[in-house]
Design a protein around this ligand. Structure first.
Ligand SMILES: Cc1cc2nc3c(=O)[nH]c(=O)nc-3n(C[C@H](O)[C@H](O)[C@H](O)COP(=O)(O)OP(=O)(O)OC[C@H]3O[C@@H](n4cnc5c(N)ncnc54)[C@H](O)[C@@H]3O)c2cc1C
Length: 342
């Protein structure tokens, strides 16, 4: 089967791109390694311009059922009580309503919108080439080890920071680990005593030297919630008593204990490191990169998923109206939008 566009990886950007291209009449396949959403959860904030993109693909109710909640505020605990950092009035005055989202649900929703071929449980193992041009992908089905070849005019790498498409295209992206890592926790309920859709932050005011910098948590649609411990990796790994440090941190704070419940630390949390870097180019003949495969940013400010959606919009416009060109220095070019921005 020959496709107009193959997308390696069904991340948030790949899901949006597949949908935009399918709606524009392109024959698209998404090849995704996972068969189901990950069991672990982390928070993700989406900003208004990117919400608009998602709202153009499915009605608001669809997203709000499982994936989005309009963020009502951010509160920080000063050791005695919560102080408001951001309130609905602040968001209204700035005309910026962030969405607090369940990233697993957003990605599932995108992949289920249909209109393109979705193959899950297949790992992209190789890039196919004809002369100097990338012409498709080879996959291995994880359950059966069956191999398949997929051909396309364009191959897009949305396969994350360790992108195989980027590597096969010979595009360098040196990365370093962000010095703060995350211990993520899915919460199957949210305490009734704390406001919904509000990010709660507990800085570890007195013992940040333990490596435990802060805990943040909030509720998500469906009565569930998500929490995340920020750790300074080096200090955390050098601390032989992290469980005791955590118990001391929680012990000082009733609301924090109510959120975390009886979960074991760190065993019940999933540790996530974040390599960051920037690819030297965004494409090669026959191949384009997007999202973390092209620019894995630090999680400060919550931008990576937003940027991946923005990439999807630009790539969709290029692929639908005006095939992207790879210039002599192998930069991706083409005009986008009515004003012809490059
Ligand atoms: C703790 C944390 C908090 C964050 N918070 C925010 C936030 O608030 N806001 C924000 O905008 N961003 C946030 N980010 C960043 C954001 O998660 C990423 O930037 C975003 O997910 C990148 O999306 P992507 O489309 O590039 O693909 P990814 O989400 O990286 O998805 C890549 C997909 O490719 C698949 N894949 C990889 N290799 C293969 C292969 N060989 N074959 C087949 N499939 C493959 C993977 O299974 C995966 O589904 C956060 C990140 C972390 C770790």
């Amino acid at each position: 089967m020959r496709y107009d566009v193959l997308i390696a990886g069904g991340g948030i950007g790949g899901g949006v791109l597949a949908q935009l291209l399918a709606r524009g009449g392109k024959r698209v396949a998404v090849l995704e390694r996972s068969v189901a959403p990950p069991k672990w959860l982390r928070p993700e904030i989406l900003w208004p311009a990117m919400q608009q993109v998602l709202l153009s693909l499915a009605p608001r109710e669809t997203w709000e059922r499982a994936a989005f909640l309009p963020l009502q505020g951010i509160r920080v605990h000063d050791g005695e009580e919560f102080l408001p950092l951001a309130t609905p009035e602040v968001f209204a005055a700035a005309r910026v309503q962030p969405m607090f989202t369940n990233p697993n649900a957003t990605r599932e929703q995108l992949l289920q919108l249909g209109g393109f071929e979705l193959r899950r449980g297949v790992e992209v193992t190789q890039v196919l080439k004809d002369g100097g041009r990338i012409t498709g992908l080879r996959t291995r089905e994880l359950a059966t080890q069956r191999e398949e070849e997929w051909l396309a005019d364009w191959t897009v790498g949305d396969d994350g920071v360790r992108s195989l498409v980027r590597e096969a295209a010979g595009i360098a992206m040196p990365t370093r680990l962000f010095p703060v890592e995350f211990l993520c926790l899915a919460l199957d309920s949210w305490p009734a005593t704390l406001p919904q859709a509000t990010v709660h932050l507990w800085p570890n005011w007195h013992h940040a030297d333990s490596g435990i910098l802060a805990f943040g948590a909030g509720s998500l649609p469906g009565g569930v919630g998500v929490g995340m411990v920020l750790i300074a990796s080096k200090a955390f790994d050098a601390n032989p008593h992290v469980a005791e440090s955590w118990a001391e941190f929680c012990g000082a704070n009733e609301a924090l204990r109510a959120v975390v419940g009886g979960r074991k630390f760190p065993g019940d949390f999933v540790r996530v490191a974040r390599p960051w870097g920037h690819a030297e180019r965004y494409g090669a003949p026959g191949a384009l990169l997007m999202g973390d495969a092209a620019h894995s940013v630090s999680p400060a400010g919550g931008q990576g998923a937003n940027m991946s959606i923005a990439d999807a919009v630009v790539l969709a416009e290029l692929l639908l109206s005006n095939a992207p060109r790879i210039d002599s220095r192998q930069n991706v070019t083409g005009s986008v939008g009515p004003s012809g921005h490059r």
